[in-house]
Design a protein. Sequence first.
Length: 552
Amino acid sequence: MAVTSSSQEDRFPDSDAGSFGVLINGKITKLSTSPATLPLWSASVAGASTSSGYKYVKLSEQGTVVQEECFWRSFQNKNAKSTINEFFLRQVTQTTLPEIPQVFNDDVRPKPSKAFDHFQIATIHLTPDAVEFANMVATPPWQDVNAIQAGFQFISADTVYSVKKVKLKLSGRDSRYFNKLSLRIKFVNGETFFDRPIIKLRSEVFDPTMIREKLYIDILNSVGVRTTQGAWVRVYVNGKPYGFYMMVEDIELPFLRGTMHHGSSAPRDLGSLYKMSNLHTTEKEEEATMQFAGSKTANYNNEVYENKNQGDNTNDEPMAQLIDFFKDLQDYDPTLSGGIEFWNTRLDLDGFLRSMAIEYLGGAWDGYSIAGNNYFMYFNPTEARWQFIPTDFDATFSVLGKHADVLTTLTTLTTPTTYKEFSAHRLVIPGKDHPLVTKLIFLNKEISARFGQILFDIVSKVFNPKVLEPRIDAYEKMIADEVKWDYSLIRPKIPDFPDVTTLSSTIDDFHKSIIESVKGVNIGIKPWIKSRAEGVLGQIQNSGSARRVVAV
């Protein structure tokens, strides 16, 4: 039989005449490529079968072996006619992961996607103009930068997606003060990346393990919170290694159709969407607290409350619907009964409470309850109520990042505590109340009891060492070689900005930060989960057959 063998390359051939081969049945068969398929190399090997062991080799211009893999590969699928796309020098292409249970039966787990297949690590190749790219990455962190054009290619085990033109620019805010930069890719001319018009490549510079954000997304999926998905990828720029990244989707209209409306059930006209952020400058600090500040859009900073889709609002008042929600929140008396019924007509209450439960359990200090940041509010016209959508989860599980010198003083972030104590330090700052938390979870007895039951269910079924540690162990094994590779790359500092932070984590930090503290991360992932879970269970009081968490 003929077997097509494909391999991606960690380092491109040393010369234009260099190539690759596959050693199978004691014979080397040369692989071939073309400008259209590079860096994917392939060949048909006569006489081979799925029982044949094989390995890839790098060949010189003369066809002699200059490097070969130190392990043998085998077909995982004995009925296959060809190998999957494999990566030179990487032994594992697809892996199995311990299951994380679905805590609530909402049927909102994300559908399988060729873009976000968390059982493998794909590769992205970007081909921008070299001078334009160098100028872009040399832009000082405090300056905005225009997008440049680039070619884009995505290769996974079973998929090759290529497009000649995308718009590429820098992404992130605090992460731009590091020499490993995050990137944003926008698809143009009607192209989408498996129905995603924009993807981001997040550098994960604050987390030595690069696991925390992915694990946080897994947990949100398990509790039925609709959010952006993520998967790890290797990134190359103009044929040279650029780094190991977390690829995530952006919240745009296709996300709303596919995730908030289950695809085919999406209405023709989508509702209003707002990106909620905080803004810290030398002049002022503003957060998306959802406090009512007046009845007009002009009363609110559009960088803090950014309208992304107009919905039923007018051009003159694009925040009208959201301001009405703020007014309801201001006027609400939390001492009245019927809190759950009242808010369920205005808000996907359980979705919001689950998001807040995971912010607390995961120590997400850069979300709504602590920082008034990193979330979206969407008015779902099908349900005629608001939905809370959390995003960006690198500051979780004790990661303090760029702000470590300040945040280490906040012991509520790094020690077991009640939910109220977790957020209370923000409430003592004038004008920084977060009323969707204080009025609902802290002050309304019915909603507080519902929140307590949600916390208990999540800790009992998913947020505990028994469930999450096997998944963490699998991720550690899955990405260790990629993280080691990433930490070995030499990245230039930004010219004229010598204080840019060089990524200083090591492969030892990668392993240590799973089980103990390292610089910038006060607690390892596993002990954090253990302490938070035990802290919640310690708040439980038995009341007959009922169980509740004392959150207030």
